[in-house]
Design a protein around this ligand. Structure first.
Ligand code: ADP
Length: 181
């Protein structure tokens, strides 16, 4: 198996442009679309994604915070969109840490079940949900690296950071990971 750090990449840019097996959407619990990365994914992927989300809503209701569901990816290059619902930041004493970590773990598990070898994540919860970016970056990198070290199926995880600050903070966490691996 390749080294852990060689299985993790970071880019600054638009997640909808990536050619990976699955991209992750920072959705809301209604699954019916919203702003930010959710809006960008639905715009770029077309109505097929919303139709697939509506089907899931009719079968199981929406999606709880920390959980994830998978749909096809419409016009996107990826095969799947994994929709996960990040926690809204309420000061940090309301289970935000564990719920954010669950988003990453449940998304990775769905990717494995669906034979995905590559997956890209946005910086979940760091937009309108207000999670402090430094803490979110630490959780993202430690959770993903912990999962990859125990699971060999996924060959590549890409952190797609839209803004400069998230890019810098995630890069810092990856530097720490490389130092200790
Ligand atoms: P949340 O509600 O989980 O906070 P947002 O979509 O508001 O979700 O923000 C999550 C992150 O997604 C933010 O860091 C935002 O900059 C980023 N983002 C917005 N558009 C895109 C995009 N096209 N590709 C990747 N990341 C994006």
């Amino acid at each position: 198996m390749k080294t852990l750090s060689s299985r993790i990449e970071i880019i600054q840019g638009d997640i909808t442009k990536l050619d990976v097996d699955a991209i992750v959407n920072a959705a809301n619990s209604s699954l019916l679309g919203g702003g930010g990365v959710d809006g960008a994914i639905h715009r770029a992927g077309g109505s097929e994604i919303l139709e697939a989300c509506k089907k899931i809503v009719s079968e199981q209701g929406g999606c709880q915070t920390g959980e994830a569901v998978i749909t096809s990816a419409g016009n996107l290059l990826s095969k799947f969109v994994i929709h996960t619902v990040g926690p809204v930041w309420h000061g940090g004493k309301n289970g935000e840490h564990d719920k954010l970590a669950s988003c990453y773990i449940n998304s990775l598990q769905l990717a494995v079940i669906n034979d995905c070898k590559s997956i890209a994540f946005p910086n979940i919860s760091t937009g309108v949900y207000g999670y402090p970016k430094a803490q979110a970056a630490q959780i993202a990198v430690s959770t993903v690296s912990g999962f990859l070290s125990k699971n060999g199926e996924i060959e590549k995880v890409i952190f797609a950071c839209f803004d400069e600050e998230n890019y810098r903070l995630v890069q810092q966490q990856l530097d720490v990971l490389i130092m200790y691996s």
